[in-house]
Design a protein around this ligand. Structure first.
Ligand code: GDP
Ligand code: MG
Length: 177
């Protein structure tokens, strides 16, 4: 996680989108600081967090933006999407509605963002499997149809969080390099 005295080859802006309470801020906390806070409110107001990582021997600074409570439909402004090369489209596997809203969020994203943006569909809270309301098949089918990457994650248990961001960032790198 150290970025002292490092030469940065690329800065990639990635935006987190999806309904309120799906775990966007906790995914960000997990990826940027390897933290999870039970009281999520602590992170409100933070615009973005960065983490520097190496892909293909290049130093990449990932600048991950969080909505900070603007999740109502159409409330996220175009400035949020501006310059984004990646997007993490997050739903909660225990909340069917948060998955059903993915189409809307995608629509918003495609209206405002660059057409080459890399999009990762994320089903978060995979640790709550007994409360599952969205099947992996449904999510995979949606992802395939819309040409998105897909992964289930748990910010709580740190499952696949690293992998989801790294997959997206590697794909972004592949496109821009
Ligand atoms: P946001 O509104 O999308 O930013 O959601 P938050 O990150 O604030 O998380 C909303 C709630 O879900 C909080 O109570 C978190 O503790 C909880 N949460 C977030 N990620 C996970 C997860 O992976 N597993 C479980 N069980 N709870 C989670
Ligand atoms: Mg949040």
């Amino acid at each position: 996680y150290g970025e002292f005295n490092q030469k940065i080859d690329y800065v990639f802006k990635v935006v987190l989108i999806g309904d309120s309470a799906v775990g966007k801020s906790q995914l960000l906390a997990r990826f940027s600081r390897n933290e999870f806070s039970v009281d999520s409110k602590a992170t409100i107001g933070v615009e973005f967090q960065t983490r520097t990582l190496t892909i293909d021997q290049k130093t990449i600074k990932a600048q991950i933006w969080d909505t900070a409570g603007q999740e109502r439909y159409r409330a996220v402004t175009s400035a949020y999407y501006r310059g984004a090369v990646g997007a993490m489209l997050v739903y909660d596997i225990t909340k069917r509605q948060s998955f059903d809203h993915m189409a809307r969020w995608l629509d918003e994203l495609r209206t405002h963002a660059d057409r080459n943006i890399v999009i990762m569909l994320i089903g978060n809270k995979s640790d709550l499997g007994s409360l599952r309301a969205v099947s992996i098949d449904d999510a995979k089918e949606f992802a395939q149809r819309e040409n998105l990457f897909f992964m289930e994650t748990s910010a709580l248990e740190a499952t696949n969080v690293e992998s989801a961001f790294e997959t997206a960032l590697s794909e972004i790198y592949r496109i821009v390099s």
